[in-house]
Design a binder for this molecule. Sequence first.
Ligand code: AP5
Length: 189
Amino acid sequence: MLNIVIFGAPGSGKGTQSERIIEKFGLNHISTGDVLRAEIKNETALGKTAKGYIDQGQLLPDELIINILASVLDGMKESKGVIFDGFPRTIPQAEALKVMLNERGQDVSVMLDLDVPEEELVTRLLKRGEECGRADDNMETIKKRLLVYNTQTSPLKEYYKKEGKYQYIKGLGTMEGIFSDIVSAVESL
Ligand code: AP5
């Protein structure tokens, strides 16, 4: 089983590269951000809760997001593995993922850390906000999302280094070039 955590700051290209990885390696995809946006669109109770956090650029509580992840994972059809996009974002989430995978006789295969300078992240997100109208792609919320990333999520790099699963990927450059580096990293596992 190939279980990939795709990691990086908001706008680092997690979703963009996930699409390519899924196609190449035949994996299932879990994007917690996409799950939450679908709940918001469908105006569910969970969606209403999620909107409050997302609009403020804050993370949802660990317990809530871990339960969502567990239920999506349970409902997935068999595949060659899963790409986890936007999860984990905190140490408790990483520990919960480890337990969930261990219960299935599996583990995280690799954590791909897409490294992109902050100035480029802001440029990409503002452009996407203009083009797609994603509600959290405005300057005020982007600043909060980056702060949350730097304080709460970035420590996961050390966590996965200690686990021997960390892989640096330069996330600046063409989408094709970055994907090629990802393929090399995954194929060398
Ligand atoms: P989520 O949807 O996960 O958002 P995010 O982490 O902020 O990431 P983005 O989707 O903004 O960026 P991305 O890295 O996927 O980049 P993309 O490929 O789209 O989460 C949203 C919110 O949900 C969170 O803030 C939180 O509130 C909540 N949430 C989600 N998961 C949670 C969790 N586990 N715990 C708690 N709360 C959670 O690319 C961005 C743009 O750049 C695109 O327009 C793309 O075309 C462009 N681009 C990509 N690659 C390149 C390139 N190489 N060159 C130029 N442009 C590029």
